[in-house]
Design a protein around this ligand. Structure first.
Ligand code: BES
Ligand code: ZN
Ligand code: ZN
Length: 489
């Protein structure tokens, strides 16, 4: 879809539909002007339909190209002006697009919804909302080329160009990530993730190293090797490096890349296995983040690390009772082959620590327990640094990617104490997201003073549509990480 800025002149507008906004206390200036042009038909209809302008309410009226050149006018509710934030703009964009689809409009114009309150950030949020809510995964459908919307033009000043372009980069990188997550396990293997990583790296001039079996063995990346040994598709470790000329901070981001999680020998049930193509969401977020970094070129050195494997049962698979020794010398006894994410992340955290980052962040669809704790829509945050935790929480309020901090409760450390090894890979049923976080912490070098673990098991993949997201992958927490990088750049 084409997304661009146009002049703020309603008399010149063409196209299939124009979207204008209304707050609960009254129309925006643009909506008022449109209403006037239409001989007050818009406000009359709003009154007749008892339109209250609650956030995301919409009504529409055809103009038949008589009073305006544009064919239809959509009025979207923005709620209370004092409550309008970036996410409200994304939601309003999304509900407007639903109406747009209903009336089969293809070329649409948007008033810069929320610009009066949020300034240029409103235009950024609107661009994100348009791109995120028009996303569909249609690759395997007969009519895959079918697109609803051809172009979207936002009526705003040239001075908002930069924020529009940021919104575009964020929206497009998110949809890029969603496209990979939504691909099934028979299409995306560890090797395929490596191929995509190389492709991005070539395009943006990143360094890219892919470790195969030989290199994994040489580097004692025994977690990745163990988890991957039951699959015909061999495991990999991917390192993408972005090094700008001016470096303010060094950041390591890590994403869990289980291309399919059957549970291994501790096999999952039919119900819980169904969506496990999503277990590579963290890895795909890394790929999308690196793509956006390539576009934005911030003054932050960014290393994207992806440990990737397919967790399968079979004659070669790793087993309960196996003991794995990691490169940092710690031994882990396997109590469940389904707690595999932490094993591949352990290798990546050891490797990432050696890069001496100022900040290290891992993202993983790690535990069902986190979904039990926080529900489907919120990421669990575990962090050894209160400042980093505060910064991530603050950014996430703006991006609408909800995060809630959970404690790394040292009192639960006993739960993962091993009997034949230093540690075991699961605790009890209680506090399962926390014991997973405590496990990861064992592999973060003491020199890394700022480390955050994001458990995205809930929000990375939706079984039904929510907010501006269709069912399936959401790309969470990509936008939060990029906005965070920009905030330290
Ligand atoms: N990939 C799953 C976690 C998951 C659950 C992701 C739901 C997305 C949605 C992870 O590897 C897993 O199986 N975790 C186990 C851990 C348990 C064995 C301690 C779980 O959560 O049941
Ligand atoms: Zn698992
Ligand atoms: Zn998993």
């Amino acid at each position: 879809m084409e997304l661009r800025l146009i002049e703020r002149d309603i008399s010149k507008l063409k196209g299939d539909a124009l979207v204008v906004g209304a707050y609960e206390h009254g129309f925006t200036d643009m909506a008022k002007a449109v209403d006037k042009q239409m001989g007050r038909l818009l406000s009359a209809l709003a009154r007749d339909l008892a339109f209250k302008a609650k956030l995301s309410d919409t009504i529409y009226i055809p103009s038949h190209g008589k009073t305006l050149k544009v064919k239809n006018v959509i009025l979207v509710g923005l709620g209370k002006k004092g409550k309008l934030d970036e996410d409200a703009v994304r939601k309003a964009a999304s509900s407007s697009l639903k109406k747009v689809k209903e009336i089969k409009a293809k070329d649409i114009c948007f008033e810069a919804l929320g610009e009066d309150v949020l300034k240029e950030k409103g235009v950024k949020a609107l661009a994100e909302g348009i791109l995120l809510s028009s996303y569909e995964f249609r690759k395997y459908k007969k009519d895959k080329e079918k697109v609803h919307i051809k172009s979207a033009s936002i009526l705003a000043d040239k001075s908002t160009e930069k924020q529009l372009s940021l919104g575009k980069i964020l929206g497009e990188a998110t949809n890029f990530t969603r496209d990979i997550v939504n691909e099934p396990g028979n299409a995306i293997t560890p090797n395929e993730l490596a191929r995509i990583a190389k492709e991005i790296s070539r395009k943006y001039g990143f360094e890219c190293t892919v470790y195969g079996l030989k290199e994994l063995r040489k580097n004692k990346m025994n977690g990745i090797l163990a988890v991957g040994q039951g699959s015909k598709n061999p495991p990999k470790f991917i390192h993408i490096g972005y090094k700008p000329e001016r470096i303010k901070k060094r950041l390591v981001i890590i994403g869990k890349g289980i291309t399919f999680d059957s549970g291994g020998l501790n096999i999952k049930t039919q119900r819980s296995m169904k969506t496990m193509k999503c277990d590579k969401s963290g890895a795909c977020a890394v790929l999308g983040i690196m793509k956006a970094i390539g576009e934005l070129k911030p003054d932050v050195e960014v290393h994207g690390l992806i440990p990737t494997a397919e967790n399968m049962p079979g004659g070669e698979a790793f087993r309960p009772d196996d003991i794995i020794t990691f490169a940092n010398g710690k031994s882990v006894e396997i109590h469940s082959t389904d707690a595999e994410g932490r094993l591949i992340l352990a290798d990546a955290l050891i490797y990432g620590s050696k890069l001496r980052p100022n900040i290290m962040i891992d993202m993983a669809t790690l535990t069902g327990a986190c979904v039990v704790a926080l529900g489907n829509y919120t990421t669990g945050l575990f962090c050894n640094d209160d400042n980093l935790a505060r910064d991530l929480l603050n950014v996430s309020i703006r991006t609408g990617e909800k995060i809630w901090r959970l404690p790394l409760d040292e009192d639960l450390k006993d739960e993962i104490k091993g009997s034949y090894s230093d540690i075991k890979n699961i605790g009890s049923r209680y506090g399962g997201a926390i014991t997973a976080g405590l496990f990861l912490k064992e592999f973060v070098n003491k020199d890394v003073k700022s480390w955050a673990h994001l458990d995205i098991a809930g929000p990375a993949f939706l079984e039904k549509s929510w907010k501006y997201y269709a069912e399936g992958a959401t790309g969470v927490p990509l936008r939060t990480i990029i906005e965070f990088v920009l905030s330290i750049s």
